[in-house]
Design a protein around this ligand. Structure first.
Ligand SMILES: Nc1ncnc2c1ncn2[C@@H]1O[C@H](COP(=O)(O)OP(=O)(O)OP(=O)(O)O)[C@@H](O)[C@H]1O
Ligand SMILES: [Mg+2]
Length: 302
């Protein structure tokens, strides 16, 4: 019985791959648009990056966008824990085991796909140039099947996290109202601005007690960044503290699925809509996932 189930699963997987290949060869010949790569980051850890990444991805998918999440936390895998799904492969299997990028795409809820970076990202540093080029070409296929790639990173100003921030065209910077979190977010803006003044930095305040507090934190950070660093931050929105988030995490379920009508889900929906209100010209300048990996490789090998 289980043999039959395995066989069936194999057939379904093959069919899915055929569909993806077909999509690749027909759909995007006409359309050369590249996907938006958005790195979600923070100064301090534990501020809600993974929750924002996952729920934002689901919300964007609900809005009709094709979304892939890349779990780039080099420590513990985050996304699969929140989805309650264990991926079979990681980016390392694309490097070492001849897998394609589609082999390592896992299915999350609501059509969102995710990739576990695993130790594949660290491994990029040790690759020969030709191996790196082969990897970048494989990863580039994602441009054709995704509109948005959300990169969930670990916390902090470590070199690795900064590489993901610098490689992406735009970032979402998450902070809580705690002074330490705000200070670390400011420090991150400073580090980024010293290396790249064109980065689009979008601010999300998470776990605020009320709207007034959230807006005050956004304004403080925006003003400080502008006055002392000459950097313009874009205020994307906020999510209040809600025990439903904690409950959903314990159930290993994204909160917008467990509590779709809750205030936090509505606030996330606003963030998703604001994220998509961008002018088409800036979209055209997007360097896509290929550009992202190329920059990442250059930064890591610099
Ligand atoms: N809006 C919220 N309301 C209440 N609790 C929240 C909220 N957002 C996050 N949390 C709590 O904070 C915890 C940490 O969130 P999350 O794992 O998303 O943070 P992170 O920034 O990804 O952490 P890390 O830096 O370790 O990767 C969650 O498990 C949840 O309990
Ligand atoms: Mg996380």
């Amino acid at each position: 019985m289980s043999d039959q189930a395995d066989k069936l699963r194999e057939i379904i997987n093959d069919l899915k791959k055929q569909q993806l290949t077909k999509q690749l060869s027909t759909e995007n010949v006409l359309e050369k648009r590249k996907c938006r790569v958005i790195t979600v980051t923070s100064g301090k850890g534990g501020v809600g990056k993974t929750n924002i990444s996952v729920n934002l991805a689901l919300n964007l998918s609900k809005m009709g966008y094709r979304v892939v999440i890349l779990d780039a936390d080099l420590g513990l895998a985050n996304i699969d824990i929140l989805f309650g799904i264990s991926p079979h492969y990681t980016l390392l299997d694309v490097i070492n085991n001849n897998k394609t990028i589609f082999d390592i795409l896992s299915d999350g809820p609501m059509n969102v796909k995710f990739i576990s970076g695993g130790s594949g990202i660290e491994e990029m540093v040790h690759l020969e140039k030709w191996q790196l080029e082969a990897l970048i070409e494989k990863v580039a296929s994602l441009d054709k099947v995704a509109d948005i790639i959300i990169v969930d990173t670990g916390a902090g100003i470590s070199e690795n996290v900064i590489s993901f921030v610098l490689a992406a065209d735009e970032i979402i910077l998450v902070t809580t109202p705690e002074p330490t979190s705000i200070m670390d977010a400011y420090a991150l803006v400073k580090t980024v601005s010293l290396k790249d003044r064109d980065k689009i930095i979008q601010l999300v305040v998470n776990r605020a007690d009320n709207e007034k507090e959230a807006i005050s934190v956004m304004n403080k950070l925006t003003l400080a960044a502008e006055a002392f660093l000459g950097v313009k931050l874009k205020q994307l929105g906020y999510v209040l503290y809600d025990t439903n988030v904690v409950k959903a995490v314990k159930r290993q379920e994204p909160f917008i699925l467990s509590y779709p009508k809750s205030l936090v889900s509505r606030q996330l929906n606003e963030i998703a809509h604001k994220l998509m209100q961008v002018d088409q010209n800036s979209m055209k300048r997007s360097s896509g996932i290929k550009g992202f990996f190329r920059k990442l490789a250059n930064l890591n090998n610099a």
